[in-house]
Design a protein around this ligand. Sequence first.
Ligand SMILES: Cc1cc2nc3c(=O)[nH]c(=O)nc-3n(C[C@H](O)[C@H](O)[C@H](O)COP(=O)(O)OP(=O)(O)OC[C@H]3O[C@@H](n4cnc5c(N)ncnc54)[C@H](O)[C@@H]3O)c2cc1C
Length: 181
Amino acid sequence: MHLEDVLYDVAIIGSGPAGYTAAIRGGQLGLKVALIEADNVLGGTCLHVGCIPTKALLFNAEIWDHLKHAPDYGIAGIGTPQLDWAAVQKRKTAIVNKHTKGLEFLMKKNKVTVVSGYGRLTGPAKDGIHNVPAESSNSRPKTSSWLPAQRRARSSASSPTTASLPTSRSSRFPNRPSRSS
Ligand SMILES: Cc1cc2nc3c(=O)[nH]c(=O)nc-3n(C[C@H](O)[C@H](O)[C@H](O)COP(=O)(O)OP(=O)(O)OC[C@H]3O[C@@H](n4cnc5c(N)ncnc54)[C@H](O)[C@@H]3O)c2cc1C
């Protein structure tokens, strides 16, 4: 079956924290969700260059600083600490990879279809359906998959403007819990 043959309830562009949390929640609510990612890994800035790798490296820096000042903390016999930069990088990469695999698992668990490609919002819905092209950046000539979706979302990093999401019609989503409950 081609992607084009499936009508998604939601197409999300970008698999950073904004995108993957929306995708997981959509799956939990019983929606048919497509998550479009231009990069070859899930997780976005936060997982691959931002929050996670920087905090892993900062922890190394903290330990290094403590070791250099060990006598100040009443710890003797450390000698001269040596920094193994390759080991520092290896630890950081292992943490990032572990979380990337965790995200892949969560997408499967919540039945989210991950689409590799560069997604675009092309205009208003026709008959209530948005067509969201996902263009592969790895193939020449570029190929496009058109994902029919009843509604679409994108992560905040793609643009400072917020995509408007049509208000939900609960009859379409019988599994959606009532907000008042
Ligand atoms: C160095 C650094 C350190 C940070 N540390 C922290 C921290 O400690 N705590 C914290 O809360 N925040 C931190 N942040 C901020 C955090 O990374 C961002 O707030 C967060 O990543 C934003 O999430 P997002 O999903 O909106 O976008 P992103 O994480 O940027 O994800 C966007 C994703 O969308 C994809 N994409 C974009 N356009 C398209 C398209 N058209 N088609 C398909 N895919 C597309 C991108 O490839 C990317 O994977 C840090 C940022 C940096 C740079």
